[in-house]
Design a protein around this ligand. Structure first.
Ligand SMILES: C[S@@+](CC[C@H](N)C(=O)[O-])C[C@H]1O[C@@H](n2cnc3c(N)ncnc32)[C@H](O)[C@@H]1O
Length: 220
């Protein structure tokens, strides 16, 4: 699943035709509980699920499955050059790092020539709107161009949640400057069948403004 709209890889085929996934080495970044990797394994691919959070990987372990789990920072990948055919990430790692180019360059390094990276992030336009599912989430409340990160702190003033904003142009430049060719930018439309509301995600907002941006990149 690439995002809350409900666009899944069966429908999107952004990693390529499903029959070509068989036997492919795939790195999933910011895998969380590794649901994407389990799907990839079921298609016959050889995924590795990587996340910086030990806790998230414990959920993956609890759910089980044949996927190797790696606890590491996406900005310092513990793999040799040219280890993977594909890399993917659904809202993993990239929105949470101050220097996305560090991650993208690392992914380029571990991909084989011709390899593909597909990653989804919150659509940058959402930054300008309150994170509310109702009508209040439809009025601009901040600057799209303000790159000050969103930070939540605990009682001791330690950052416990950080999200970094990049404009659409920033994301394109990050991809290109890191040695990738951008071959598609997918903005999934909210489908009629999806009636769920979750956090700032809702059919109301989803039909009016994009919520997810999916970047399809090739390492030439
Ligand atoms: C919003 S969750 C997405 C999880 C999963 N991809 C999914 O679709 O449910 C973001 C994940 O990125 C991970 N993450 C954040 N920063 C990271 C980093 N620097 N390196 C690796 N993983 C990171 C978090 O621990 C979290 O599991």
């Amino acid at each position: 699943m690439w995002g809350p709209e409900g666009l899944d890889e069966v429908e999107a085929e952004l990693l390529g035709p499903p029959e070509e996934l068989k036997g492919r080495d795939v790195l999933e970044l910011g895998a969380g509980a590794a649901q994407c990797s389990r799907w990839l394994a079921a298609q016959g691919a050889r995924p590795v699920a990587l996340d910086i959070s030990h806790r998230q990987l414990q959920h993956a372990l609890r759910i089980g499955g044949p996927v190797p789990l790696v606890c590491a920072d996406a900005g310092a990948l513990p793999f040799a050059d040219g280890s993977f055919d594909l890399a993917c990430s659904a809202y993993g790692a990239l929105p949470f790092v101050a220097d996305p180019r560090l991650v993208l360059r690392e992914v380029r390094r571990v991909l084989r020539p011709g390899g593909r990276l597909v990653f989804s992030v919150t659509h940058p336009i959402r930054w300008a709107f309150p994170d509310e599912p109702g009508p209040e989430g439809l009025s601009v409340s901040g600057s799209y161009f303000d790159r000050t990160p969103y930070v939540e702190q605990d009682d001791d003033g330690r950052a416990v949640y950080v999200e970094h904003h990049r404009t659409l142009g920033d994301r394109v430049r990050d991809v290109v400057a890191s040695g990738f060719r951008l071959v598609d930018l997918v903005e999934p439309q909210w489908p009629a069948w999806n009636t769920s509301e979750w956090g700032g995600w809702s059919p109301l907002r989803g039909t009016l403004i994009p919520g997810t941006a999916i970047f399809v990149c090739v390492r030439d």
